[in-house]
Design a protein around this ligand. Sequence first.
Ligand code: ZN
Length: 430
Amino acid sequence: MSINNSILKILNMKDKNLIFNDNFVEERIIKNKRSLIIKGYLKNDFEKCPKCGCINEYTIVKCGTKNSLIKIPKISGLDSYLEIKKQIYKCNICNKKITSTSSIVDYRCRISNNTKLSIINESKKILPHTYIANSHNVSNMTVQRVLDRIYNSEKVYKSYLPENICIDEFTALKRKMAFNICDAENGKTIDIVLDRKIDILENYLNHFLPEVREKVKNVVMDMYKPYLELITKMFVNAKIIIDMFHIVQLMSRSLNKTRIKAMKGDKANYRKYKRYWRLFFKPRLELDSSTWKKYTCFKDLMTEVDVIDYLLSQNEELKNTYELYQSILYALQRKDYDLFTKIINEEYPLISDYMKTTVETLREFSPYIKNTLEQPYSNGVMERNNNTCKLIKRVAFGFRNFNNFKARILFATNVFRPTKKNDDLLFITP
Ligand SMILES: [Zn+2]
């Protein structure tokens, strides 16, 4: 391999018209920074004149050169530039001048194409815009422009939806919730809508073709009633699955409120209720009944079961609530739907009001909880996805423009990738 080819390889460029001399590297201070300058010469061979189209029989002649400084990715941590001496030609037939062009940089652009590619790759990571800009020695606006060329909010693909989808929301801008749809299999974001009002979402989902929406089989969601109607209307063949985590969370919250109520009404045991709150939420069967140890707030040696039994014996309402919580939890863990319906359809006059409301909610959603127990899908991937969105937001210290935020999310969750041939969005289907 010749030296010229080796240099091209190091620079990750493929244009054979770029030629390097012996002393091709130089150090220079640019913008008060020690920078590396790679010097090259660019020539073109013409078969015919690109301006008038006449066949070249020694009619196109050399006519001076022109220097241009192009930013390339950093080399060994130093800002690097490619200084190209571009050959200018002149056509003797039409008398027009022709400047040499290359695939490494766009016409009249001062940033090389592989810098742009590197910016795109970096924006898939959870990094702030400013960092990406600084590490490529370009401005913030350049990063934005590069991303805008690939991502266009109007261009989102509307003719594909996966069979199993998750829906959820998160706070995107100040006091503004965003509606997030993702693939339940791999957690890739499909789209994000900056609103959770039902009429706007319905309008949005109508953009998807009806036959696309009919193919959706499962929709995982949390217990938010307005979505229920929306999903039944828009996805006619879909089964609604209530996310298991949200069911348990709902029950835990009401049990916790009951515990706090008991704690506040019982000055003598206040510290015990406060200190051992975690034991209430542990499944009863997982509590330790064999290890005797010293618990702060208790005089004697006790086991976990003893602690919880003592605390429950102090408050009748808490005891009943706790028992109901544990039996529902047991039914859910066993994935026993018959047991679950049997438990929630009984009357419990002695439980706390918080738990009564929860049981009513569970009754209302019980047909969908059946799907939860039968289907393997959960909102786990969605929570991960939402976490990524929040991280991107926090790392960037918030976004002023929602479209920029959305572009970064779609890049980070790897749904779209740029294609070489055109800048259109391309869906990576599983
Ligand atoms: Zn010509």
